[in-house]
Design a protein around this ligand. Structure first.
Ligand code: PEP
Ligand code: MG
Length: 589
């Protein structure tokens, strides 16, 4: 038995066999000349491979529709189209007929040729098609050669997925009901994969170094996403103890879900707890977890894993459904639909361009302002959905007043257009700014004049304040929510919101951290929004505290001053919480 320490990425515990996810290996391809007169046989082989590949894609699409409610199938439908492309197929057949080369070599030659053409195009959409071509080529070659993919690439039984790292697309593609946990060599606690794991209610440990080499496929692993550790080759008694922990965790959730509305303090005070959601991703049941609204709807997930921008109608339907659902979470429940937040590590096929420094590039609101037609289409869809629930529009990565002015102009134009068409929408739709860039926090007083609410995105705010990539485990030690500089920016934002009479929430993952989330509540934020699986835990903690307790907590931190280190402040917070809630460890399993 050996325990490997990593980063506690998504809370929770899992016991199960390791599934080593390796991505795709090289397929050995035979190369030969077809004997004269045997060309027809070779063409038949190609035809059979095309049919088999089509059937495989068909099966994959129906399986995906079942697991993800059909939102992520577009990419494979595009692969079907590529497969049926007459020109590509015609070219391959011509190589077999005229050059008498075997089907595998002909497929490779066609793919290489098409790849060169795609790569030469200036349009990033076509350059992106190269990956699809690779995928289709691989499927055809697999069928032709009978190459069996490494059996570990097929997840068949509930397992702990062990990988070097996973992209958001790969994470979404894995069947939710077969993934017990994620253990990755790389990654960090606030990468988008981490957020997805939390949203899906799957425990995860990242930054494990070489777990893909140390874990053996099929052997039992113990994954502790709360403390950030993975145990390999556990003893039978360790497996038993761990299984008890998994059971206790389940009981705690049930226990909390049956209490007062999530966020109610012991003295009746209230800091409502909302959920962050990723459309198109199967999430834990946010209603059962106690969510009282949706504080962050990450609309960019409608763009992920698909070839083309979603149409206005597709977007409208998604927003309308989300708004209708949000209404069921409570009478006052609201939903903040964040407009397309692409860039950084959230790359969207077809529209993400290669930039030298994407985290500081033309992303989020900047992208939308430079592509007003994309922006206007999304605003139209959101406005149309605004009659189905209490919908707010949230602008991501705002860094200055000019962006809010420009966005307001486009919003006004879209409203006028809808009016002219006689389409119903909420004219008073609230507009919010994400505070996730230091300049926005520093100048929050000015920004507050242009919006109805702030939502503090601590995932990015901490990254940009500390200049520490949120996805890079080697600088994870600098990713410090309790750094005095971060606390100052939080204070400035909350103060500016209060002074201007606007509402402020925190929707970064730190809202779900037992120590830090309670600190944000103590600093005066109105709502905490987080992955739904964390709501029961935060609800339980807040139910043990009063407003006076929170004031005392804040005072204890403020007394530390600017000279304290993040670790010192964290220690003071933890001691304070332990003194107030002696059974903290039982709650924060
Ligand atoms: C954030 O930055 O805190 C945030 C909520 O946005 P995202 O994690 O989607 O970048
Ligand atoms: Mg962000």
């Amino acid at each position: 038995m050996r325990t490997i320490a990593g980063l506690a990425t998504a809370r929770g515990f899992a016991v199960g066999p390791a599934f080593i996810y390796r991505g795709d290996g090289e397929i050995p391809v035979p190369q030969y000349v077809v004997e004269p007169g045997r060309e027809a046989d070779e063409l038949l082989r190609l035809q059979r491979a095309v049919t088999e590949t089509k059937n495989d894609l068909e099966k994959l699409i129906s399986a995906l529709k079942e697991h993800t409610k059909g939102k992520d199938v577009k990419i494979f439908e595009c692969h079907q189209m590529l497969l049926e492309d007459i020109v590509l197929l015609g070219e391959t057949e011509k190589y077999i007929r005229e050059d008498r080369i075997n089907a595998e070599t002909a497929v490779r030659r066609t793919a290489r040729h098409a790849r060169q053409q795609f790569e030469q195009m200036n349009d990033p959409y076509f350059r992106e098609r190269v990956r699809d071509l690779d995928d289709v080529e691989r499927r055809l070659l697999k069928s032709l050669t009978g190459f069996a993919e490494d059996p570990t690439c097929e997840l068949k039984t509930p397992s702990i997925v062990v990988a070097d790292d996973l992209t958001p697309s790969e994470t979404v593609r894995l069947p939710r009901d077969l993934v017990l946990g994620f253990a990755t060599n790389g990654g960090s606690t606030t990468s988008h994969v981490a957020l997805l794991a939390r949203a899906m209610g799957i425990p995860a440990v990242s930054g494990l170094g070489d777990i893909t080499v140390r874990a053996v496929a099929g052997e039992t692993l113990l994954l502790d996403g709360t403390n950030g550790a993975v145990t390999i080759f556990p003893t039978p008694s360790a497996v038993r103890d761990f299984s008890d922990l998994v059971e206790r965790q389940r009981e705690l959730v049930e226990d909390v879900a049956s209490g007062a509305p999530a966020g109610t303090l012991r003295d009746g005070g209230d800091i409502p707890l909302y959920a962050n959601v990723h459309p198109g991703v199967p999430v834990a049941d946010i209603k059962a977890q106690g969510a009282r609204g949706i504080g962050l709807y990450r609309s960019e997930y409608l763009w992920l894993n698909r070839e083309l921008e979603p149409t206005e109608e597709e977007q409208f339907e998604a927003y309308r459904d989300a708004a209708t659902f949000a209404k069921t979470l409570g009478e006052k429940s609201t939903i903040a639909i964040r407009v397309l937040d692409i860039g950084g590590d959230k790359l969207v096929r077809g529209i993400s361009t290669t930039e030298a420094n994407p985290f500081l590039g033309n992303r989020s609101i900047r992208y939308l302002l430079s592509n007003p037609e994309v922006f206007a289409k999304q605003l139209r869809a959101i406005l149309r959905a605004s009659v189905f629930g209490k919908v707010g529009i949230l602008y991501p990565m705002v860094s200055c007043v000019e962006e809010l002015v420009a966005a307001a102009k486009i919003l006004a134009d879209v409203k006028a257009q809808l009016d002219a068409e006689g389409v119903a929408f909420n004219r008073e739709i609230p507009v919010g700014a994400m505070i996730e860039v230091p300049s926005a926090a520093i100048n929050a007083g000015a920004l507050a004049k242009y919006v109805d609410f702030f939502s503090i995105g601590t995932n990015d705010l901490i990254q940009y304040t500390m200049a520490a990539d949120r996805g890079n485990e080697s600088v994870a030690h600098l990713y410090q929510p309790t750094n005095p500089a971060v606390l100052k920016l939080m204070r400035m934002t909350v103060d500016a919101a209060k002074k201007n009479g606007i509402f402020v929430s925190v929707c970064g993952e730190s809202a779900s951290d037992p120590i830090v989330g309670v600190l944000w509540a103590a600093m005066g934020v109105d709502v905490l929004s987080m992955s739904a699986t964390y709501i029961p835990l935060m609800a339980k903690l807040l139910s043990r505290l009063t407003r006076a307790d929170l004031d005392d907590y804040r005072a204890a931190v403020e007394a530390m001053g600017d000279g304290a280190t993040a670790a010192e402040i964290l220690a003071v917070c933890e001691n304070w919480l332990r003194a107030r809630i002696p059974d903290l460890d039982n709650i924060v399993l």
